[in-house]
Design a protein around this ligand. Structure first.
Ligand SMILES: Nc1ncnc2c1ncn2[C@@H]1O[C@H](COP(=O)(O)OP(=O)(O)OP(=O)(O)O)[C@@H](O)[C@H]1O
Ligand SMILES: [Mg+2]
Length: 248
């Protein structure tokens, strides 16, 4: 594994009587795609919320580059170069692509919105990551799943960052759209970005990721280089662990 950009140690998070995370421990190598796979409710999104500064952990440590901390605020995560695409994408369906990219951080010229500059910058951002949205002035509610994901990624990258967190980037997408999103993510890695991707889909992460971690019931069980394992081996491992845990 190359130089570590993100290291998460012993993260725990409880919501009332639900222990969402018990011991999340993993490392992400700079310039890699690292996948975190696990079943529904295993704590994947909770970890993303913690790494993006939306939630504070009860326990544990996060190290980003040289900076080490117990928890992050959204502002601190941004300053450390962490960008996030959430599971629900958080797009406003009634607004246009340009408006969504600049939601909450609109460009202005004097007292007015600088619509021309925003449209120019939106086009540049989308072109850079090869996302095709022919009409940037139509409401994003009409876009395809792949276009919506691309738009959410463009928004996340509006301010340059090194580490992109993506929660289920191909959920609810057809085969074609999944493929174009996976290509887009591989392209980001080729440009030197580091990606941490959350997914249910073992076959997709096998096609894409350099390292894969398994999260079960709030605990990271195993981390392995993709080349050192197979989909079947990993699935079997998850099942074996399940049975072991059931006996506890
Ligand atoms: N804000 C919250 N309040 C209460 N419980 C929560 C909250 N967020 C998550 N949980 C619970 O914590 C557990 C982990 O949830 P989380 O959303 O992290 O799982 P996940 O692995 O992302 O699942 P999925 O694959 O369905 O997206 C679940 O039992 C969930 O119900
Ligand atoms: Mg989730």
């Amino acid at each position: 594994m190359g130089e570590t950009i993100l290291s998460v140690k012993g993260i725990a998070k409880r919501f009332g009587h639900i222990q969402a995370l018990r011991d999340a421990t993993l490392e992400v190598a700079r310039g890699s795609i690292t996948a975190l796979v696990g079943d529904n409710g295993s704590g994947k999104s909770t970890l993303i919320q913690i790494l993006s500064g939306n939630l504070l952990p009860d326990r544990g440590e996060i190290q980003v580059g040289e900076a080490c901390c117990h928890g992050l605020t959204i502002r601190r995560a941004m300053a450390l170069g962490i960008r996030t695409v959430y599971q629900d994408l958080a797009l406003d369906d009634c607004k246009t692509s340009v408006e969504n990219i600049f939601l909450g951080s609109e460009l202005t010229r004097g007292p007015f919105l600088d619509r021309r500059a925003m449209a120019r910058e939106a086009r540049r951002l989308l072109e850079e990551i090869h996302v095709e949205i022919p009409d940037l002035t139509e409401p994003v509610g009409r876009l395809s799943g792949g276009q919506r994901q691309g738009l959410a990624i463009a928004r996340a990258l509006r301010r340059p960052g090194e580490l992109l967190l993506l929660d289920e980037p191909t959920a609810a997408m057809g085969i074609q759209e999944s493929h174009s999103t996976l290509r887009l993510l591989a392209g980001l890695r080729d440009r030197g970005m580091t990606l941490l991707i959350i997914s249910h889909n073992l076959h997709q992460v096998f096609a894409l990721a350099d390292y894969i971690y398994v999260l079960r019931a709030g605990r990271v069980l195993t981390g392995t280089a993709t080349g050192d394992t197979t989909v079947d081996a990993l699935q079997e491992q998850i099942l074996r662990r399940e049975r072991e845990e059931d006996r506890l």
